[in-house]
Ligand binder design. Structure first.
Ligand code: IPE
Ligand code: IPE
Ligand code: MG
Length: 248
């Protein structure tokens, strides 16, 4: 609680992205199965969503399942998909109550049909939520995103709807699945791993990285606040000099 007062309410990132990592290790430390770790991660998700909305974050993107995660043991993949269905079903009412809109990015057509149905239903029900957009990255990877963008651009060039000479960074951005969102100012990764793991490769170009050793199931509101506090201590230079930033 005390920490909250120290946060600069005028400098809250508009978009926070999170690599929720460490569920398996959390379970192993307790002698449980990996799935137990995933089940125990829901509280962390709930607390993070609540705190982000409370602080005024506009977009919260959670990396829930990567393209590469399909290579895990079949039982774990199935358990994760079931957990997804169950959690969306359970949390939609809370999202609605808090005016939070649910969105999904990734190769959604590869998800089991009941997951797709549950997602579509929840997205439709929450579509008018204007307090915060909660974006679930599912069957997502940065390379997948860039590839689908390149493919659609090529189609539009072939159709005569896009001229190669007119392609700018803004054009590329408009073909990414994150087209309508600002780039994340802050990326949080739990479990201490110092890597991006094929997350938002284009969008993270100038994102501040915050890595904590905490395992995801232990992540709570105060830890989210701590990440924001760390972000607020950073000097974002975007290639300029420190003097240029502080004078202007
Ligand atoms: C993150 O925790 C959840 C997903 C990737 C779906 P992990 O399952 O990767 O946990 P660790 O990294 O093995 O501890
Ligand atoms: C990244 O975690 C993906 C998600 C959190 C969904 P991983 O556990 O899959 O990442 P790596 O394989 O250790 O890089
Ligand atoms: Mg992991």
């Amino acid at each position: 609680m005390t920490g909250k007062a120290e946060l600069d309410t005028l400098n809250i990132p508009a978009h926070v992205a999170v690599i929720m990592d460490g569920n398996g290790r959390w379970a192993k430390q307790r002698g449980g199965l990996r799935v137990f770790g995933h089940q125990s991660a829901i509280t962390a998700v709930r607390e993070t969503v609540e705190e982000a909305a409370q602080l005024g974050v506009r977009y919260l993107t959670l990396y829930a399942f990567s393209t590469e995660n399909w290579n895990r043991p079949k039982l774990e993949v199935m358990a994760l998909m079931q957990l997804l269905v169950h959690t969306i079903r359970q949390e939609t009412a809370t999202l609605l109550k808090n005016s939070i809109r649910l969105e999904a990015i990734g190769d959604i057509s590869t998800l089991p049909s009941n997951c797709q149905r549950e997602l579509a239903e929840s997205m439709e029900l929450t579509k008018d939520g204007n307090r915060m957009t909660l974006v679930l990255a599912l069957s997502y990877s940065g390379r997948w995103d860039l590839t689908q963008a390149a493919k659609r651009m090529a189609v539009d060039v072939a159709n005569g709807q896009l001229r190669p000479a007119d392609v700018t960074e803004a054009t590329v951005e408009s073909y990414l699945v994150t087209a309508k969102m600002p780039d994340p100012e802050l990326l949080i990764r739990t479990s201490g791993e110092q890597r991006i793991s094929n997350f938002l490769l284009w969008q993270l170009a100038y994102t501040e990285l915050y890595i904590t050793d905490l395992l995801w199931p232990d992540f709570r509101k105060e830890h989210f606040q701590e990440a924001i506090r760390a972000y607020q201590r950073r000097e974002r230079r975007f290639g300029k000099t420190s003097e240029q930033i502080t004078v202007s």
